[in-house]
Design a protein around this ligand. Structure first.
Ligand SMILES: O=C(O)CCC(=O)C(=O)O
Length: 363
Protein backbone atom coordinates (compact mmCIF):
# COMPACT_ATOMS: atom_id res chain seq x y z
CA UNK A 1 0.00 0.00 0.00
CA UNK A 2 1.23 3.47 -0.78
CA UNK A 3 2.01 5.50 2.31
CA UNK A 4 -0.50 8.30 2.74
CA UNK A 5 0.95 11.72 2.14
CA UNK A 6 0.49 14.54 4.58
CA UNK A 7 -2.40 16.85 3.76
CA UNK A 8 -0.62 19.92 4.99
CA UNK A 9 0.66 20.99 1.60
CA UNK A 10 3.93 20.79 -0.32
CA UNK A 11 7.23 20.85 1.49
CA UNK A 12 8.69 23.47 -0.78
CA UNK A 13 5.42 25.36 -0.66
CA UNK A 14 5.84 25.59 3.08
CA UNK A 15 9.48 26.46 2.79
CA UNK A 16 8.95 29.02 0.07
CA UNK A 17 5.86 30.29 1.86
CA UNK A 18 3.76 30.60 -1.28
CA UNK A 19 1.21 29.02 -3.56
CA UNK A 20 -1.20 28.70 -0.70
CA UNK A 21 -4.28 28.35 -2.86
CA UNK A 22 -3.02 25.34 -4.77
CA UNK A 23 -4.17 21.83 -3.79
CA UNK A 24 -1.80 19.54 -1.93
CA UNK A 25 0.31 17.15 -3.94
CA UNK A 26 -1.12 13.75 -4.62
CA UNK A 27 0.67 10.46 -5.23
CA UNK A 28 0.73 9.03 -8.74
CA UNK A 29 -2.21 6.69 -9.23
CA UNK A 30 -1.18 3.10 -8.67
CA UNK A 31 2.47 3.91 -8.16
CA UNK A 32 4.30 2.34 -5.25
CA UNK A 33 7.14 4.33 -3.75
CA UNK A 34 10.37 3.38 -5.45
CA UNK A 35 8.67 1.66 -8.37
CA UNK A 36 10.35 2.48 -11.65
CA UNK A 37 7.85 3.66 -14.24
CA UNK A 38 8.39 5.73 -17.36
CA UNK A 39 5.88 8.34 -18.40
CA UNK A 40 5.25 7.59 -22.06
CA UNK A 41 4.17 11.05 -23.14
CA UNK A 42 6.60 13.61 -21.79
CA UNK A 43 4.89 16.84 -21.10
CA UNK A 44 1.49 15.21 -20.90
CA UNK A 45 -0.80 17.64 -19.12
CA UNK A 46 1.55 20.49 -19.91
CA UNK A 47 0.36 24.03 -20.14
CA UNK A 48 0.91 25.28 -23.68
CA UNK A 49 -0.77 28.69 -23.66
CA UNK A 50 2.40 30.65 -22.92
CA UNK A 51 4.35 31.49 -26.06
CA UNK A 52 7.93 30.31 -26.22
CA UNK A 53 10.33 29.92 -29.11
CA UNK A 54 11.06 26.29 -29.96
CA UNK A 55 14.74 25.41 -30.02
CA UNK A 56 16.03 26.01 -33.57
CA UNK A 57 17.56 22.97 -35.30
CA UNK A 58 21.05 24.48 -35.49
CA UNK A 59 21.10 25.11 -31.73
CA UNK A 60 19.76 21.61 -31.08
CA UNK A 61 22.63 20.23 -33.12
CA UNK A 62 25.10 22.42 -31.24
CA UNK A 63 23.64 21.73 -27.79
CA UNK A 64 23.72 17.97 -28.27
CA UNK A 65 27.16 17.73 -29.87
CA UNK A 66 29.38 15.59 -27.67
CA UNK A 67 31.99 17.56 -25.72
CA UNK A 68 35.41 16.99 -27.25
CA UNK A 69 37.26 17.29 -23.94
CA UNK A 70 36.43 17.30 -20.23
CA UNK A 71 34.98 20.60 -19.06
CA UNK A 72 37.00 20.97 -15.86
CA UNK A 73 40.78 20.88 -15.74
CA UNK A 74 42.64 19.34 -12.79
CA UNK A 75 43.07 22.65 -11.01
CA UNK A 76 39.38 23.45 -11.27
CA UNK A 77 38.39 20.04 -9.95
CA UNK A 78 40.74 20.42 -6.99
CA UNK A 79 39.24 23.84 -6.37
CA UNK A 80 35.75 22.30 -6.33
CA UNK A 81 36.91 19.62 -3.94
CA UNK A 82 38.43 22.10 -1.52
CA UNK A 83 35.85 24.85 -1.76
CA UNK A 84 32.60 23.11 -2.61
CA UNK A 85 31.97 25.12 -5.75
CA UNK A 86 33.54 26.19 -8.97
CA UNK A 87 32.18 29.09 -10.98
CA UNK A 88 32.71 31.04 -14.16
CA UNK A 89 32.84 28.04 -16.48
CA UNK A 90 31.79 29.22 -19.91
CA UNK A 91 29.18 26.93 -21.50
CA UNK A 92 26.88 29.14 -23.58
CA UNK A 93 28.17 31.54 -26.25
CA UNK A 94 26.64 34.78 -27.51
CA UNK A 95 24.46 33.05 -30.09
CA UNK A 96 23.09 30.68 -27.43
CA UNK A 97 22.50 33.57 -25.05
CA UNK A 98 20.62 35.63 -27.63
CA UNK A 99 18.12 32.77 -27.96
CA UNK A 100 17.97 32.05 -24.22
CA UNK A 101 17.48 35.69 -23.22
CA UNK A 102 14.88 36.42 -25.89
CA UNK A 103 12.95 33.29 -24.94
CA UNK A 104 13.12 34.01 -21.24
CA UNK A 105 11.93 37.61 -21.72
CA UNK A 106 9.06 36.52 -23.93
CA UNK A 107 7.96 33.82 -21.58
CA UNK A 108 8.39 35.87 -18.42
CA UNK A 109 6.28 38.69 -19.91
CA UNK A 110 3.44 36.40 -20.92
CA UNK A 111 3.52 34.32 -17.79
CA UNK A 112 3.77 37.37 -15.56
CA UNK A 113 6.78 36.02 -13.68
CA UNK A 114 7.15 39.28 -11.77
CA UNK A 115 3.61 38.93 -10.39
CA UNK A 116 4.07 35.24 -9.65
CA UNK A 117 7.10 36.10 -7.59
CA UNK A 118 5.31 38.90 -5.75
CA UNK A 119 2.55 36.43 -4.96
CA UNK A 120 5.09 33.87 -3.70
CA UNK A 121 4.10 31.36 -6.40
CA UNK A 122 7.60 29.96 -6.86
CA UNK A 123 6.42 26.44 -7.51
CA UNK A 124 5.37 27.60 -10.92
CA UNK A 125 9.01 28.28 -11.77
CA UNK A 126 10.07 24.69 -11.16
CA UNK A 127 10.49 21.58 -13.30
CA UNK A 128 10.24 23.27 -16.68
CA UNK A 129 12.86 20.84 -18.00
CA UNK A 130 10.15 18.20 -18.14
CA UNK A 131 8.03 20.24 -20.53
CA UNK A 132 10.19 22.53 -22.66
CA UNK A 133 12.90 21.14 -24.84
CA UNK A 134 15.06 24.27 -24.71
CA UNK A 135 15.16 24.20 -20.91
CA UNK A 136 15.91 20.48 -20.88
CA UNK A 137 18.74 20.91 -23.35
CA UNK A 138 20.27 23.69 -21.28
CA UNK A 139 20.21 21.39 -18.25
CA UNK A 140 21.58 18.47 -20.28
CA UNK A 141 24.07 20.45 -22.35
CA UNK A 142 27.06 18.19 -23.17
CA UNK A 143 29.49 20.59 -21.48
CA UNK A 144 27.37 20.66 -18.32
CA UNK A 145 27.17 16.87 -18.47
CA UNK A 146 30.92 16.62 -18.90
CA UNK A 147 31.50 18.62 -15.70
CA UNK A 148 28.88 16.60 -13.85
CA UNK A 149 30.51 13.32 -14.87
CA UNK A 150 33.85 14.59 -13.61
CA UNK A 151 32.29 15.29 -10.22
CA UNK A 152 29.67 12.56 -9.89
CA UNK A 153 30.99 9.77 -12.11
CA UNK A 154 29.75 8.49 -15.46
CA UNK A 155 26.08 8.01 -14.61
CA UNK A 156 24.04 11.15 -14.04
CA UNK A 157 20.38 11.87 -13.31
CA UNK A 158 18.60 15.21 -13.64
CA UNK A 159 15.73 15.35 -11.17
CA UNK A 160 14.82 19.00 -10.65
CA UNK A 161 15.17 22.46 -12.10
CA UNK A 162 14.12 25.83 -10.73
CA UNK A 163 14.35 29.46 -11.68
CA UNK A 164 15.70 32.03 -9.24
CA UNK A 165 14.50 35.38 -10.51
CA UNK A 166 14.86 38.79 -8.90
CA UNK A 167 13.64 41.86 -10.74
CA UNK A 168 15.30 45.23 -10.07
CA UNK A 169 14.45 46.34 -6.57
CA UNK A 170 13.39 42.89 -5.39
CA UNK A 171 14.17 43.07 -1.69
CA UNK A 172 13.82 39.37 -0.92
CA UNK A 173 16.67 37.39 0.56
CA UNK A 174 17.40 33.73 -0.05
CA UNK A 175 18.66 32.96 3.45
CA UNK A 176 21.75 30.97 4.32
CA UNK A 177 21.09 27.32 3.56
CA UNK A 178 22.54 24.06 2.35
CA UNK A 179 20.68 22.49 -0.57
CA UNK A 180 21.17 19.04 0.94
CA UNK A 181 19.10 20.01 3.97
CA UNK A 182 16.11 20.37 1.64
CA UNK A 183 16.96 17.33 -0.45
CA UNK A 184 17.32 15.01 2.51
CA UNK A 185 13.66 15.43 3.31
CA UNK A 186 12.97 13.05 0.42
CA UNK A 187 16.21 11.86 -1.16
CA UNK A 188 18.82 9.51 0.29
CA UNK A 189 21.73 9.72 0.13
CA UNK A 190 21.90 13.45 -0.50
CA UNK A 191 24.59 13.00 -3.08
CA UNK A 192 24.63 15.35 -5.98
CA UNK A 193 25.46 18.68 -7.49
CA UNK A 194 23.61 21.86 -8.39
CA UNK A 195 24.46 23.63 -11.60
CA UNK A 196 23.68 27.35 -11.43
CA UNK A 197 23.20 28.88 -14.90
CA UNK A 198 22.65 32.66 -15.05
CA UNK A 199 20.83 33.92 -18.15
CA UNK A 200 22.14 37.46 -17.46
CA UNK A 201 25.27 38.72 -15.69
CA UNK A 202 25.11 38.37 -11.91
CA UNK A 203 27.14 40.50 -9.54
CA UNK A 204 26.87 41.80 -6.01
CA UNK A 205 24.49 44.58 -7.09
CA UNK A 206 21.91 42.22 -8.61
CA UNK A 207 21.93 39.48 -6.00
CA UNK A 208 24.66 37.12 -7.12
CA UNK A 209 24.99 34.08 -4.96
CA UNK A 210 27.21 34.34 -1.89
CA UNK A 211 29.01 31.21 -0.76
CA UNK A 212 31.18 30.25 2.18
CA UNK A 213 34.08 28.44 0.54
CA UNK A 214 34.93 25.12 2.19
CA UNK A 215 31.71 25.01 4.22
CA UNK A 216 30.70 21.76 2.47
CA UNK A 217 33.37 19.99 4.52
CA UNK A 218 31.35 20.47 7.67
CA UNK A 219 30.34 20.68 10.35
CA UNK A 220 26.79 20.46 9.07
CA UNK A 221 24.79 23.26 10.50
CA UNK A 222 21.32 23.05 11.91
CA UNK A 223 18.80 24.53 9.55
CA UNK A 224 15.98 25.99 11.59
CA UNK A 225 12.40 26.83 10.86
CA UNK A 226 11.82 30.59 10.81
CA UNK A 227 8.55 32.51 10.98
CA UNK A 228 7.05 33.51 7.67
CA UNK A 229 8.71 36.76 6.66
CA UNK A 230 7.87 38.55 3.49
CA UNK A 231 11.46 39.29 2.63
CA UNK A 232 12.68 35.70 3.07
CA UNK A 233 12.27 33.33 0.18
CA UNK A 234 12.53 30.23 2.39
CA UNK A 235 11.03 29.57 5.77
CA UNK A 236 14.07 27.89 7.13
CA UNK A 237 17.67 28.94 7.33
CA UNK A 238 21.00 28.17 8.89
CA UNK A 239 21.38 30.13 12.08
CA UNK A 240 23.23 33.37 11.33
CA UNK A 241 25.54 32.74 14.32
CA UNK A 242 26.79 29.60 12.58
CA UNK A 243 27.90 31.49 9.49
CA UNK A 244 31.28 33.18 9.39
CA UNK A 245 30.40 36.06 7.10
CA UNK A 246 34.01 37.23 6.96
CA UNK A 247 34.55 34.30 4.57
CA UNK A 248 31.85 35.27 2.07
CA UNK A 249 32.74 34.90 -1.58
CA UNK A 250 30.55 36.84 -4.03
CA UNK A 251 30.01 34.45 -6.91
CA UNK A 252 29.85 37.08 -9.65
CA UNK A 253 29.47 35.59 -13.11
CA UNK A 254 28.85 36.52 -16.71
CA UNK A 255 25.77 35.28 -18.55
CA UNK A 256 26.63 31.99 -20.25
CA UNK A 257 28.96 30.87 -17.47
CA UNK A 258 27.90 28.20 -15.01
CA UNK A 259 28.74 27.28 -11.44
CA UNK A 260 28.78 23.79 -9.94
CA UNK A 261 28.05 23.62 -6.22
CA UNK A 262 28.04 20.91 -3.60
CA UNK A 263 24.81 20.13 -1.71
CA UNK A 264 26.44 20.97 1.61
CA UNK A 265 27.90 24.37 0.74
CA UNK A 266 26.43 27.29 2.66
CA UNK A 267 25.02 29.92 0.35
CA UNK A 268 22.49 32.72 0.09
CA UNK A 269 21.53 35.73 -2.05
CA UNK A 270 20.61 39.28 -1.01
CA UNK A 271 18.16 41.81 -2.54
CA UNK A 272 18.59 43.02 -6.09
CA UNK A 273 19.78 46.62 -5.62
CA UNK A 274 20.47 47.16 -9.31
CA UNK A 275 18.35 48.12 -12.30
CA UNK A 276 19.16 44.74 -13.91
CA UNK A 277 17.27 41.48 -13.89
CA UNK A 278 18.65 38.40 -12.19
CA UNK A 279 17.38 35.21 -13.82
CA UNK A 280 19.13 31.95 -13.10
CA UNK A 281 18.19 28.40 -14.03
CA UNK A 282 19.39 25.76 -11.58
CA UNK A 283 19.58 22.04 -12.34
CA UNK A 284 19.78 19.40 -9.60
CA UNK A 285 21.67 16.22 -10.42
CA UNK A 286 22.69 12.98 -8.68
CA UNK A 287 24.14 9.59 -9.47
CA UNK A 288 21.54 6.82 -9.93
CA UNK A 289 22.03 5.26 -6.51
CA UNK A 290 19.72 7.80 -4.88
CA UNK A 291 16.29 6.75 -3.70
CA UNK A 292 13.43 9.15 -3.38
CA UNK A 293 10.94 8.47 -0.63
CA UNK A 294 7.77 8.94 -2.60
CA UNK A 295 5.65 9.24 0.48
CA UNK A 296 7.45 12.56 0.82
CA UNK A 297 7.65 13.46 -2.86
CA UNK A 298 4.99 11.60 -4.86
CA UNK A 299 5.75 13.25 -8.17
CA UNK A 300 9.52 12.76 -8.10
CA UNK A 301 10.79 11.81 -11.55
CA UNK A 302 14.31 11.52 -12.79
CA UNK A 303 15.80 11.63 -16.27
CA UNK A 304 19.02 9.83 -17.07
CA UNK A 305 21.20 12.33 -18.92
CA UNK A 306 24.45 10.33 -19.03
CA UNK A 307 25.61 6.75 -18.64
CA UNK A 308 23.45 4.02 -17.23
CA UNK A 309 21.02 3.57 -14.38
CA UNK A 310 21.88 0.21 -12.86
CA UNK A 311 19.71 0.87 -9.80
CA UNK A 312 16.28 1.72 -11.17
CA UNK A 313 15.27 3.06 -7.78
CA UNK A 314 12.93 5.80 -8.91
CA UNK A 315 10.31 6.63 -11.53
CA UNK A 316 11.65 8.20 -14.68
CA UNK A 317 10.45 10.68 -17.26
CA UNK A 318 11.73 10.96 -20.81
CA UNK A 319 13.06 14.29 -22.06
CA UNK A 320 10.50 16.51 -23.78
CA UNK A 321 10.29 15.83 -27.52
CA UNK A 322 12.09 18.08 -29.99
CA UNK A 323 10.29 21.39 -30.30
CA UNK A 324 8.19 20.95 -27.14
CA UNK A 325 7.41 24.29 -25.48
CA UNK A 326 5.12 23.41 -22.59
CA UNK A 327 5.13 24.50 -18.97
CA UNK A 328 4.01 22.61 -15.88
CA UNK A 329 0.33 22.96 -15.18
CA UNK A 330 0.12 25.18 -12.07
CA UNK A 331 -3.20 23.65 -11.02
CA UNK A 332 -1.57 20.29 -10.48
CA UNK A 333 1.17 21.72 -8.30
CA UNK A 334 2.68 18.35 -7.54
CA UNK A 335 6.30 18.99 -8.25
CA UNK A 336 7.72 19.15 -4.78
CA UNK A 337 8.12 16.98 -1.71
CA UNK A 338 5.49 16.89 0.97
CA UNK A 339 6.02 17.97 4.53
CA UNK A 340 7.89 15.43 6.54
CA UNK A 341 5.51 13.88 9.06
CA UNK A 342 5.88 15.55 12.44
CA UNK A 343 9.24 16.92 13.36
CA UNK A 344 11.51 15.97 10.49
CA UNK A 345 15.18 15.34 11.24
CA UNK A 346 16.05 18.47 9.32
CA UNK A 347 14.23 20.62 11.85
CA UNK A 348 16.20 19.51 14.88
CA UNK A 349 19.45 18.47 13.41
CA UNK A 350 22.40 18.02 15.68
CA UNK A 351 24.98 20.47 14.28
CA UNK A 352 27.60 17.74 14.37
CA UNK A 353 25.46 15.14 12.70
CA UNK A 354 26.90 14.57 9.24
CA UNK A 355 24.04 13.66 6.98
CA UNK A 356 25.53 14.51 3.63
CA UNK A 357 27.48 11.90 1.88
CA UNK A 358 30.36 14.01 0.67
CA UNK A 359 31.39 13.01 -2.77
CA UNK A 360 34.90 13.19 -4.08
CA UNK A 361 35.27 14.60 -7.56
CA UNK A 362 36.62 11.97 -9.92
CA UNK A 363 40.17 12.57 -11.04
O1 LIG B 1 20.65 32.62 -6.46
C1 LIG B 1 19.84 32.48 -5.55
O2 LIG B 1 19.07 33.38 -5.25
C2 LIG B 1 19.79 31.23 -4.75
C3 LIG B 1 20.18 30.02 -5.52
C4 LIG B 1 20.22 28.80 -4.71
O3 LIG B 1 19.96 28.82 -3.53
C5 LIG B 1 20.60 27.54 -5.34
O4 LIG B 1 20.90 27.52 -6.54
O5 LIG B 1 20.62 26.52 -4.63
Amino acid sequence: MSPQPSRKGGFFKKIFGGGSDAPPAQPQAGAEPGAAATEAAPGAGARTDVPQLPLPAHLREKWTRRASEPLLDGKTLSYYKQNGYTKGIRVFDDEDLAFIQENFDKLADHLGVKDLISAGRFLELQMWHRYSEWIYRICAHPRVVSGLQQILGPDVLLWASEFYVKYPGDWRVVPWHQDGAFWECAIKPTRGVTVFMPFFDVDRENACMQVIPGSHLGPHWAQVQIPKQRNKVFQQECRPEDVDESKIHHAEMKAGEVMFHHPAILHRSLPNRSKRLKAVLTGRYSPPDITCDRSRWPDFKQTLIAGEDRHGNNPTVDPPPDGAVGLPNPDENKYAPLDPPGEGAWKKRDPNYVTHDLIEPHA
